[in-house]
Design a protein around this ligand. Structure first.
Ligand code: ZN
Length: 285
């Protein structure tokens, strides 16, 4: 199989004289290609761009942004709910090949239908989105898509391209509070996510569905939650997640085709955990 990701991988391998590619097979024998060992930056999966901030800078930047977001937004006060959602996230993270960032998950108490991940590993899930999901697998599907953006190193490349290396290092050093606020506003709104390329979105859907199945959830949940988001967008079109992740008919068709690549028993028998979700999430939000 010689796809564009593999070609790009080989290109960077030649450029740096490194064996930069590793091919990992998922449990169904399909290849997952992960670029490895990039000095001073990483190849962004699906986007074809080259990031200039290092993983450590990405983590430092994420911490700055998280502090600002958690000042502005209401973190849900129930520790059991937080632990439950973090548990769902960690079950998915157990199947990623990127391990140089700490993955964490935080519930924001807000009616907005929203979820996004920060550079450096933190993902926020809004209670408005959690209410739209009717089982744990649907929540996990959205989280898996966000984890996939992180695992495929989309953040560093996208924000470096958008904001520039100097501005980002200024924010990391705490020298640039106004720019930090602007970046946070972009992250909470559609700004940064709207700049993910279509290739990056496709790659995040693809890896996300794989993570979902590998973690033992029914991969069909990705299709059902995106269908619900599409319906919700018809009455609440101005919410940021719809601008950043438009659920078009084309996307649903693509997800449907992707679903067919999983074995019949995985599609038929994998659980969605509706009762557990009711008890541990819906009853508390
Ligand atoms: Zn996305």
């Amino acid at each position: 199989m010689c796809n564009s990701r593999m070609k790009r991988c080989i290109f960077f391998a030649l450029l740096f004289g490194l064996a930069a590619c590793e091919t990992v097979l998922d449990p169904y024998g399909r290849p997952i290609e992960a670029p490895l060992g990039m000095p001073g930056g990483d190849v962004a999966g699906g986007g074809g761009t080259f990031s200039l901030i290092t993983p450590q800078q990405e983590i430092d930047l994420g911490q700055q942004l998280a502090a600002e977001i958690e000042r502005q937004q209401r973190v849900h006060p129930d520790p059991q709910l937080q632990a439950y959602v973090d548990g769902v996230g960690q079950r998915l993270v157990a199947h990623v090949t990127r391990h140089d960032i700490p993955y964490s998950f935080v519930v924001i108490d807000s009616p907005d239908i929203n979820a996004f991940s920060l550079p450096g590993g933190r993902t926020y899930v809004y209670t408005g989105l959690m209410k739209l999901a009717s089982n744990e697998a649907e929540l996990a599907a959205v989280m898996a898509h966000e984890i996939a953006h992180l695992a495929l190193r989309h953040h560093a490349a996208t924000i470096t391209r958008q904001y520039g290396f100097e501005m980002l290092t200024g924010i990391i050093l705490g020298q640039n509070p106004d720019e930090r606020s602007r970046l946070v506003a972009d992250l909470v709104g559609a700004g940064i996510h709207a700049r993910y390329s279509r290739d990056q979105e496709r790659a995040a859907d693809e890896l996300g569905m794989q993570l979902l199945a590998n973690a033992g959830y029914n991969p069909e949940a990705m299709l059902t939650i995106f269908e619900k988001m599409r319906t919700a967008a018809q009455t609440r079109p101005n919410l940021p997640i719809f601008a950043s992740h438009p659920t078009t008919g084309e996307r649903l068709q693509r997800l449907q085709a992707l679903l067919q690549t999983f074995p019949v028993n995985v599609r038929a028998d994998s659980p969605i955990y509706a009762e557990r979700y009711q008890e541990q999430a819906l009853s508390k939000i």
